[in-house]
Write a protein that binds this ligand. Structure first.
Ligand code: NAD
Ligand code: MG
Length: 383
């Protein structure tokens, strides 16, 4: 069997590291051809020495010098910066590009992958929040192929296999509710960074963990659902399910509801995306329903977790709304992670940014790059 050549963008992150473990476990199926990171030079070097991929890309000059000094491999070429990454994605031969970079930074590499006809396993969701319209048009034009890695979207994707999409009535996204589920306004005023970083079920990167605590993550996933599955916002529902065992559900016109279940682990969604359309025997944590006993569900509280409402607004308005929402959220989360602002200040920064930045109905890519910068500048100025 020919091994699938995999490029992992963001290999040092939470998803990236788990993907590399899977590639190691199934080394007869996969070959790691490219890894990239922003600044985590030590881990990137370790990965490069172990896997000996053809290409390694890092964004910082100090990281580049460090790896250059220590990477003594005749097989592996080292590169510096975003543009090099995009050029390699376009020019080299990969069977799958796993996009596991966090935030807006994944946008241009994702576009390079689509334009050069690569199959994409997409973990990053911010790209679709910012530029869903542009990405969908490009996918259509280049006959692209995006397989979702986000657990809810992997679940939906698994639930629609073999079905006609016309018969879908609703898509139901499950949400854990995060560490502050059930909190009131007053309680939220005093939450600490430490507690916000303690997700009840999932172990993830810092940014998405904070997004899960504010429910921005679920909001982004609504937008992600719209673009991945081409459904109108009226058909996308969110239900809080604190156990994170049901990863999402699809309700059909005949009344049937199909769900995908599993322990809260990204192992299955990553493996499924890399191996699609085949399933493979794996060491995934086994689901034990007797031990779990009960599954619970409740409505999300949109009055307290206002980020969710903003995401519905972004779907309804379209245009540059998602770009401003994402950029102001990235700035707000980064400031919260540095303890410069309180938990409840994040929403204020986002709302003020949406109010301030001029809305554009049909932005092109250059417009979005500009709006992203303008929003970051404004959001930073009010912190
Ligand atoms: P992370 O912060 O752990 O890792 C991010 C990776 O991106 C790192 O390798 C980092 O070096 C790289 N990176 C950061 N900034 C970059 C830049 N400017 N240019 C190039 N590379 C850069 O993040 P994560 O938790 O692994 O999440 C990655 C993406 O996957 C996010 O979009 C997140 O929403 C999505 N996702 C994550 C999970 C999860 O379980 N962690 C689940 C579903 C979806
Ligand atoms: Mg998710």
């Amino acid at each position: 069997m020919k091994k699938k050549k995999i490029a992992v963008l963001g290999s040092t992150g939470s998803i990236g590291v788990q993907a590399l473990k899977i590639i190691k476990e199934f080394s007869e199926n996969f070959e790691l051809s490219l890894i990239s990171a922003n600044s985590s030079d030590k881990l990137l070097l370790e990965q490069a020495l172990f896997f000996q991929p053809k290409h390694v890309i890092i964004n910082t000059e100090s990281g580049y010098s460090y790896i250059k000094k220590n990477l003594k491999s005749p097989f592996t070429k080292l590169h510096l910066g975003d543009q090099a990454l995009c050029d390699l994605i376009e020019g080299e031969d990969f069977d799958i590009v796993l996009v596991a970079i966090v935030g807006f930074a994944a946008l241009l590499p994702t576009i390079s992958a689509i334009k050069s006809g690569k199959k994409i396993a997409l973990a990053n969701k911010e790209t679709l929040v910012v530029a869903g319209q542009i990405i969908s048009s490009l996918v259509e034009k280049h006959d692209g192929n995006i397989i979702p890695v986000d657990s809810e979207h992997s679940a939906i994707f698994q639930c629609i296999q073999g079905e006609s999409f016309d018969s879908v009535k609703n898509i139901i996204l499950t949400a854990s509710g995060g560490p502050f589920r059930g909190y009131n306004k007053q309680q939220l005023e005093n939450v600490s960074l430490k507690n916000a970083l303690k997700h009840p079920n999932w172990n993830m990167g810092a940014k998405i963990t904070i997004d899960s605590a504010t429910l921005m993550n679920k909001g982004f996933e609504l937008i992600e659902t719209k673009w991945l599955f081409d459904v109108s916002f009226e058909k996308i529902k969110v239900v809080v399910h604190p156990e994170s065992i049901i990863h999402s559900l699809v309700e059909y016109q005949d009344g049937s509801v199909i769900a995908q279940l599993g322990e809260p682990s990204m192992y299955i969604p990553i493996l499924y995306a890399l191996n699609f359309p085949k399933r493979i025997k794996s060491s995934a944590p086994k689901l034990d329903l007797i031990k779990i006993k009960s599954l619970n569900f409740e409505e999300p509280n949109k009055k307290i977790f206002k980020h969710l409402g903003l995401a519905y607004e972004a779907i309804k308005c379209g245009g540059s709304y998602g770009c401003v929402l994402n950029a102001s959220n990235e700035v707000a989360v980064s400031a919260f992670l540095k303890e410069k602002i309180r938990f409840i200040d994040m929403i204020k920064i986002i709302e003020k940014s949406i109010e301030k930045i001029t809305f554009v109905q049909n932005p092109n890519l250059e417009d979005l790059l500009e709006i992203d910068l303008e929003t970051r500048k404004f959001a930073n100025s009010i912190i």
